[in-house]
Ligand binder design. Structure first.
Ligand SMILES: *Cc1c(COP(=O)(O)O)cnc(C)c1O
Length: 340
């Protein structure tokens, strides 16, 4: 007899949309492993699809299924001007034949490049807001846009920033299951799963998956904005949301979450020359390209921690490459300085 939560989760997994290319491969980083004295592996969630590349599609498979079940005709969501999540949402909407409306944060007139260019190509409607408006009233702005659609008889569905909520968390609970199946095939036990944290859904899903399947591994995230306390709050809140909705037999506690602060650099989405040079160094050594906003900073953090002799208790480390390649292109001027 399966438990109620198991049947609910099974039902959600059955009903989710199948939009990502899964399972994503796991590859060893030979040169860096040797240099750092650990076994370092990469899970290529940047390979979930060209238009849908990255981690957001794992969450959106569940979120968009829910939206469709409620009759949604337009997906509304928000993010920075170069948001990977907004681009993935625009791609999902086009794939399932409905509209998308993005609330993008920028204080300047932005050149049509990177993810923003892809948003337009994918046919998204765009509303620009300032940083200040975004910080204080993004949810109200999205609610107003939804109300306008509803007035015209168009059913709207609002997805929170990053699709990080109780539903979106399911994406990385499922990824944990995928990882355990790959561990069996590869004959490896990963002692730690490491990722970047930006809006919290990826970390929360990994955390819940680890607890749900009682896995003997640590899940660790490096924050790319805000700080440790902020993400312990956010991840506890949205994890509890999933636990309550599904009735999962899990005690959510900040004490067993592991966020490492100190590597967000100058600010969210702003790179130091050193971070960009690190991305180029990893690309040269391993043939893998990290992104400047998330994986470049988080992997740099992991690299620095290992160099300092920290985290050495984890022999086999799996870093999740959560995507973001298109965010590199708006950095061309800064890269040009580095390559001089
Ligand atoms: C959004 C994003 C993250 C962070 O994931 P969250 O679930 O928002 O914490 C990491 N990497 C990339 C490339 C992203 O786009």
């Amino acid at each position: 007899m399966s438990e109620i939560w198991e049947r609910r989760l099974e039902e959600l997994n059955k009903n989710k949309l199948s939009l990502a290319i899964l399972p994503t491969p796991i590859q060893k980083l030979d040169k860096l492993s040797e240099e750092l004295g650990v076994n370092l592996w990469l899970k290529r969630d940047d390979l979930t699809g060209i238009e849908t590349a990255g981690n957001k599609i794992r969450k959106l498979e569940y979120t968009a299924a829910k939206a469709l079940s409620e009759g949604a005709e337009v997906l509304i969501t928000c993010g920075g001007i170069q948001s990977n999540h907004c681009r993935a949402t625009a791609a999902v909407a086009a794939r399932i034949g409905i509209r998308s409306h993005l609330v993008l944060r920028t204080d300047e007139v932005s050149p049509l490049e990177g993810n923003y260019l892809l948003d337009k190509i994918l046919g998204a409607e765009i509303t620009f807001v300032t940083r200040r408006q975004y910080a204080t009233e993004r949810n109200e702005i999205m609610a107003d846009i939804a109300a306008d659609y509803e007035k015209q008889g168009v059913k709207a569905y609002v997805i929170p920033e990053g699709a990080s909520d109780g539903v979106g968390n399911l994406g990385y609970i499922n990824a944990v299951k995928e990882i355990t199946e790959q561990e069996k095939q590869l004959g490896i036990n990963f002692n730690a799963i490491v990722s970047a944290v930006g809006s919290g859904g990826t970390y929360s899903g990994l955390y819940l998956g680890r607890k749900l399947y009682a896995l003997d591994k640590e899940v660790i995230s490096f924050n790319v904005c805000d700080d440790e306390a902020y993400f312990l709050d956010v991840c506890s809140r949205i994890s509890k949301d999933t636990v309550d909705t599904l009735g999962l037999p899990i005690e959510v506690s900040r004490e067993d979450m592991h966020i490492i602060d100190g590597y967000k650099g100058i600010a969210y989405a702003v790179s130091t020359d050193e971070e960009l040079a690190f991305i180029a160094d990893v690309a040269h050594k391993e043939g893998v390209i990290l992104d400047p906003v998330y994986t470049g900073k988080a992997f740099y953090g992991l690299y620095q921690e290992l160099k300092k002799g920290n985290l050495k208790e984890y022999k086999n480390i799996l870093f999740i490459h959560t995507g973001g390649l298109y965010g590199l292109f708006p950095k061309q001027e800064q890269f040009a300085k580095i390559f001089l």
